[in-house]
Write a protein that binds this ligand. Structure first.
Ligand SMILES: [Zn+2]
Length: 513
């Protein structure tokens, strides 16, 4: 077993060694391209043989020039800052600012792009690089809206994209303008370096991900699906995790929970507050909420979460790793103890084990001397992808165990259930694993998000979606710099690494062979 300390980047990484390849390849490019003439072919064969002898590379002819990443850094930063400086806080969104900007960049680069909007201020952009059609398209997407900000709490202006001490500060740096920028750069570089493609590469900048997906992915899937129809999709939801400044593992979101709401409504007899009643709706509701709140539904693993916990056990500190192993155990007592520990210490991991329930709204009564006839609570339910909603509702009713309390699903905006999970034995997953090894020198762990993303709508259409992102520091969230925090930031160096990861993954999956 490798200890955490062994996972650092040492010396020349395989990725850095690989970067030297194109310099040699480019020197022979004119000759390699002359495939029709016998002289050209002969020269090509000689060239390949010579190069193979010197460099040990045998697939040179199929390997397109890799970008000079160092030289491209200023351009990546300039695009990242330009996108961050548009105030697209949602509500109201104003994603057309980013959409119009991106359309301009694509136009200038000669990449066909089109705006799609349900509301003129909330537009989406689709750009497409054509392949030869041998394979079905791949979609790379990012959302252009960000959550709102409390400006007074920001050291740097939230839409200033200020660079300070190696970081870039702005709302959206890690959610999700990192993905948006990386997708844009991938498109620009694929075009610039004339990478021949076996499949179309489609870019989507989507509006309204933060709670208004009817303007973005909902609109695109329902009304313009042929524009984005793909075999695979890359979106937000993963990324390398750094601890102490070193990447320890890279996550890829392959699955997500399905949000649902359950309402508990207690009915009783109304009356004068001076005469307490046994049927008091608030008392009945309080009991029901307490019972549900203390209930932890059964643990159930799927391929993603099983692989995730087993993988984490391999790289975590020994005392923590034991809890990950124990929660996978068959002995119910061992499992229970680990589950208790996770619930107290790592609530995210506890939620990944089960369909979760959190009572988040409690409402009833309107004046102190009136016993109300009704009281209501709303439970936030995050269902495992394979959960049977009707069966689960029956379980909640049993836990509530009070005929005075009605239990039903709310009509809240639910995301569709995923019909197709991203497979761990698929080509994209293997390519993502290899890229993380090469670029971050880490293993890849598949994750199931406890939240929901715009991938849900695509998975429901049969697209295999993978959530990726820039590397973040494990310590940065608790310090208040994570996504949705009162400050948000990304390391400049991690923007560059992520663009490269994004580009190499997409080009590995789409390049003509
Ligand atoms: Zn997001």
């Amino acid at each position: 077993m490798r200890g955490l300390g062994d996972l650092g980047t040492r010396g020349l990484t395989p990725g850095e060694r690989r970067r030297k390849r194109p310099l040699v390849a480019q020197a022979f490019r004119p000759a390699l391209g002359r495939r029709s003439s016998p002289e050209g072919l002969r020269y090509r064969n000689v060239a390949v043989a010579v190069l193979a002898a010197f460099s040990g590379l045998h697939l040179l002819a199929q390997t397109p020039a890799a970008p000079d990443w160092k030289a491209l850094e200023p351009e990546m930063m300039q695009q990242f800052q330009a996108i961050l400086r548009f105030d697209t806080r949602n509500p109201p969104g104003n994603e057309h600012l980013v959409a119009d900007y991106l359309k301009g960049v694509f136009d200038k680069a000669g990449i066909p792009a089109q705006i799609f909007a349900l509301d003129a201020n909330r537009s989406n952009v689709v750009a497409r690089l054509k392949g030869n059609g041998r394979k079905r398209p791949i979609l790379i997407m990012g959302h252009s809206d960000v959550v709102t900000v409390d400006e007074a709490k920001w050291k740097f202006p939230p839409f200033g994209a200020v660079r300070d001490g190696g970081w870039v500060y702005a709302r959206g740096t890690v959610d999700d303008k990192d993905n948006l920028t990386a997708g844009l750069m991938t498109m620009l570089f694929l075009k610039r370096f004339n990478v021949p493609l076996d499949r179309d590469v489609i870019f989507l900048s989507e509006a309204g991900e933060e709670g208004a997906s009817n303007f973005g992915i909902g609109f695109m899937v329902n009304q313009h699906y042929p524009e984005i129809e793909s075999e695979y999709c890359l979106a937000e939801g993963g990324g390398a995790i750094r601890i102490g400044g070193v990447a320890k593992y890279t996550t890829v979101e392959t699955l997500e929970k399905i949000p649902r709401g359950i309402e508990l409504v207690a009915h009783g007899i109304s009356g004068h507050g001076s005469i307490p009643l046994k049927s008091n709706a608030i008392v009945h509701l309080a009991g029901a909420v307490a019972r549900v709140g203390q209930w932890r539904p059964e643990i159930r693993f799927n391929e993603t979460t099983g692989t995730y916990f087993r993988g984490l056990a391999q790289i975590a500190a020994p005392e923590v790793a034991q809890h990950y192993r124990d929660v996978l155990a068959t002995d119910p007592k061992v499992r229970q103890a680990a589950d208790d520990w996770l619930f107290e210490n790592e609530p995210l991991h506890s939620s990944m084990l089960r369909t979760s329930v959190s009572p988040n709204i409690f409402a009833g009564g309107y004046r102190s001397n009136v016993i109300p006839s009704e009281a209501k609570a709303t439970l936030d339910v995050r269902a495992l992808p394979d959960e049977d909603p009707a069966r689960f509702l029956e379980q909640v009713k049993k836990i509530v165990n009070d005929p005075a309390v009605d239990v039903h699903f709310t009509a809240q905006n639910v995301r569709p259930a995923s019909a197709f999970d991203a497979r761990l034995d698929s080509e994209p997953y293997k390519v993502l694993e290899a890229a993380a090894k090469r670029i971050y020198d880490t293993v890849t762990l598949p994750t199931m998000s406890t939240g929901a993303t715009d991938m849900a709508q695509l998975r429901a259409r049969g697209v295999q979606c993978f959530g990726i992102g820039a590397a973040i520091d494990m310590e940065d969230g608790p310090k208040g710099f994570g996504m949705h925090s009162d400050q948000e930031r990304l390391l400049e160096s991690e923007l560059y690494r992520f663009v490269r990861y994004n580009y190499e993954v997409v080009s590995d999956l789409a390049r003509a062979r």
